[in-house]
Design a protein around this ligand. Structure first.
Ligand code: BGP
Length: 466
């Protein structure tokens, strides 16, 4: 078995709105997430893990685990309170301090420019549907980040899970599903984001800062439910629709033809301005950061007519008439929150990306959400999380052995934080944060069993997974 490269980036991941808190101080503007209405019994994003105040302690704990890297996002409205215009020096100071703190421990900062938190001011002017406003604002914001932090940050991701924003943005709280011509609008938003991403990628390359930039979609291989050729056809199309539409644009600078023809047939195709295809062609990614939680499973489509959203979870999708029907995969166990667990699917997903793009891969999210309990001994025995991560790292090693270029692994999440729509009770971290969905708790940090396990994994460079 090939050994994992010494430079391999072992770390973990978070996002700003899910862990920082401090939404109302030090000049931060409002983001869409600050106004998200949480479900009954679920905490909002106001304080979350209060990482803004605890970042030194959190980074020290990451260093204790031996992290080589840390993937986090920058809050756009903390840097530009109105999305564009005046810059907030306190926000710049926070990220400067965080980056410097990481570098003090030789932890590589890996930055996501945009993770589900558009500034409210821009959203109220149409958001991503307002191409002129949003593309310019995104290029301006990203360029500012490269100028401010590009001397120290060498890995950049543009947009977190653009494909999930388009497919289940209503679950994440960034898309209002009750609008006329919803799908036409969604694929225009998608196009505007692809253009913004390509322009920013080109800008970063032109600035010659010596790092890498790429997208960060959620990629899940979609199986065929049977060897019926019609189910195989559905799987091929589902992969194009769910995964390759986004990655073909980012990595090949082109629209995926199956996805494009589907949009055209349904009248969902975006308006392309002259020069758009050249913009995509000139802004190709250096690597693929991707999030993996589970796989999909489909059979031949039995429906016609428009898409109907189900009350689905973030990772589960819905039938797409003319392309595929979703089928539950009975071969896979599920987490307490109903997400299927498929470590082998992780390998299939990496193989598919490698075959298609031949670009370095970096895992920026992978993990298990669970109801962790602090036992009487004051410990958190999260063996289920260790089992989950171990099984995925085993597949990662197989992929590396097959020659797939994988440069880093970042489980979700470094510390406990507030889930996209299930509150803090759905915990993912190596580090427990003492706060509950009623907002009670003192934010004390506790080391879970997985903390000590991951420390061993890192110090043995992935050899010791027991
Ligand atoms: C990813 C998002 C994260 C994170 C994770 C877990 O799709 O990028 O922001 O939240 O999923 O999802 P959830 O919080 O819904 O359990």
């Amino acid at each position: 078995m090939k050994k994992i490269n010494k430079e391999f980036l072992w770390g973990a991941s978070t996002s700003a709105y899910q862990c920082e808190g401090a939404t109302d101080i030090d000049g931060k503007g409002k983001s869409v997430q600050d106004l998200t209405k949480s479900k009954e019994g679920v905490i909002d994003f106001k304080n979350t893990s209060n990482h803004y105040f605890h970042y030194k302690e959190d980074v020290a704990l990451m260093a204790e685990m031996g992290f080589k890297s840390y993937r986090f996002s920058i809050s756009w409205s903390r840097i530009f309170p109105k999305g564009i215009g005046e810059i907030n020096q306190k926000g710049v100071e926070f990220y400067n301090n965080l980056i410097d703190e990481l570098l003090k421990y030789k932890i590589e900062p890996i930055v996501t420019v945009y993770h589900f938190d558009p500034p409210l001011e821009l959203e109220s002017q149409g958001g991503w549907l307002n191409r002129n406003l949003m593309v310019d604002a995104f290029v301006n914001y990203s360029t500012k980040l490269f100028e401010l932090f590009g001397d120290r940050v060498k890995y950049w991701q543009t947009i977190n899970e653009q494909n999930m924003i388009i497919q289940v943005g209503h679950v994440i709280g960034v898309i209002n599903p009750k609008q006329d011509n919803l799908f036409k609008k969604l694929y225009q938003i998608n196009h505007n984001m692809l253009i913004a991403q390509a322009l920013v990628t080109k800008k970063y390359h032109d600035m010659k800062l010596g790092g890498k930039i790429g997208p960060a979609p959620n990629i899940s291989y979609v199986y065929a439910d049977s060897c019926d050729p019609d189910d195989f056809d559905a799987s091929y199309k589902a992969n194009a629709w769910r995964n390759w539409l986004y990655l073909d644009a980012a990595c090949h600078g082109k629209y995926n033809e199956i996805a494009w023809n589907w949009m055209l047939k349904n009248g969902y195709e975006p308006e392309l301005l002259p020069g758009d295809l050249e913009i995509l062609e000139n802004g190709k990614s250096d690597f693929i950061a991707f999030n993996y939680y589970n796989t999909g499973n489909v059979k031949a489509s039995s429906k016609t007519g428009p898409i109907k959203f189900s009350d689905s979870d973030q990772q589960t999708s819905y039938d797409v008439p003319g392309l595929f029907d979703i089928k539950d995969n009975k071969n896979l166990p599920k987490t307490e929150f109903g997400w299927s667990i498929d470590p082998k699917g992780f390998l299939h997903t990496m193989r598919a990306m490698w075959d298609r793009y031949k670009l370095p891969l970096m895992i920026t999210e992978n993990g298990l959400g669970a109801y962790d309990v602090v036992e009487e001994d004051g410990k958190i025995h999260d063996q289920y999380r260790i089992n989950y991560l171990r099984a995925h790292i085993e597949q990662l090693k197989i992929a590396i052995n097959e020659g797939i270029d994988i440069i880093g692994y970042h489980p979700w999440s470094a510390i406990d934080l507030v889930s996209t729509h299930e509150g803090i009770k759905k915990r993912y971290g190596f580090i427990y944060v003492n706060i509950n969905d009623d907002g009670e708790g003192d934010y004390k940090r506790l080391r879970k069993d997985s903390f000590f396990w991951y420390k061993k994994v890192i110090s043995s460079n992935g050899e010791d997974l027991i």
